[in-house]
Write a protein that binds this ligand. Structure first.
Ligand SMILES: Nc1ncnc2c1ncn2[C@@H]1O[C@H](COP(=O)(O)OP(=O)(O)O)[C@@H](O)[C@H]1O
Ligand SMILES: [Mg+2]
Length: 256
């Protein structure tokens, strides 16, 4: 893993009217690392990703992504990164190959380069043999794999994945997890992954940031966080930090 930094933010903030969605975020993500952004619904994760991927203008503060300024170089950022949005659209009347050809064309890829990449991605996803079937015939796990493929087809240096497993069953979720781990090992790709699934983050992410009500409250490796909070696992640490602590003995107290 290199020492260079792919994401650096300084006091990055976003307000929507009176809502302070992201508050003075200071964060560094190293090149080639896998960063997990944890936090409950409404914490500000998607807003952060939209600012860092060049889709949304920050209210204040600065950030650089792959060396580009989020205020002034949003097109360059879009070219250098891939984004799997929270609720992505997919053309169900296209086959997987047609969909990836379309996304490739949007990224200025064509011809043999594009088809080699499509073949490689389909093989990586275990979708050979189904690549010419319409996407409407795919399971949600298979669709998600095609969407992940479309996010990485232009071989971005940095990939944002916003809740990549939230709509998937455990088997499909495990496949997406394996794919990320394989890519992280085989390439220098940097991953920025929003999730509220602590077990997923624990397995996949080297560094974790916990966001609560727009404020980054915790930063460290899963092991460091668990140790600092003095709990058994990341889920307990997370619940303690975001205030959802559950006292299991009281939960079942009605029984006696
Ligand atoms: N376009 C928008 N207009 C107004 N408020 C928004 C908009 N997008 C997000 N918000 C608000 O910002 C806060 C953070 O939302 P979001 O970034 O989607 O959180 P998360 O992804 O962590 O669930 C929430 O209070 C949400 O309602
Ligand atoms: Mg979100």
């Amino acid at each position: 893993m290199s020492n260079s930094v792919d994401i650096s933010t300084k006091e990055l903030s976003k307000n929507f009217g009176n809502i302070r969605a992201v508050v003075n975020l200071n964060l560094e993500v190293r090149r080639g690392s896998t960063f997990g952004f944890l936090g409950p619904n409404g914490a500000g994760k998607t807003t952060t990703v939209r600012m860092l991927s060049g889709l949304l203008r920050p209210t204040s503060g600065t950030a650089s992504v792959c060396g580009f300024d989020v205020h002034k170089q949003r097109d360059e950022i879009k070219g250098a990164t891939g984004l799997l949005p929270e609720a992505p659209g997919l053309y169900s009347k296209l086959s997987a190959v047609e969909f990836l050809e379309f996304i490739g064309a949007l990224n200025d890829l064509a011809g043999e380069t594009l088809h080699r990449r499509i073949d490689r991605l389909m093989a990586l996803m275990g979708l050979e043999g189904r690549q010419n079937d319409l996407l409407e015939s795919y399971s949600s796990g298979m669709k998600q794999k095609v969407l992940v493929a479309s996010t990485i087809i232009h071989e971005p240096r940095l990939v944002f994945l916003d809740e990549p497993t939230s709509r998937l069953d455990p088997a499909a979720s495990a496949l997406v997890k394996e794919l990320i781990l394989a890519m992280a090992e085989e390439t220098e790709t940097t991953f920025f992954i929003c999730t509220h699934m602590t077990d997923f983050a624990e397995d996949v992410c080297g560094t974790i940031g916990i966001l609560n009500e727009g404020i980054l409250t915790t930063l460290g490796s899963p092991e460091e966080i668990v140790q600092n909070i003095g709990v058994r696992d990341l889920e307990e640490a997370y619940l303690k930090i975001v205030g959802g602590e559950v006292d299991r003995s009281r939960l079942l107290a009605w029984r006696d």
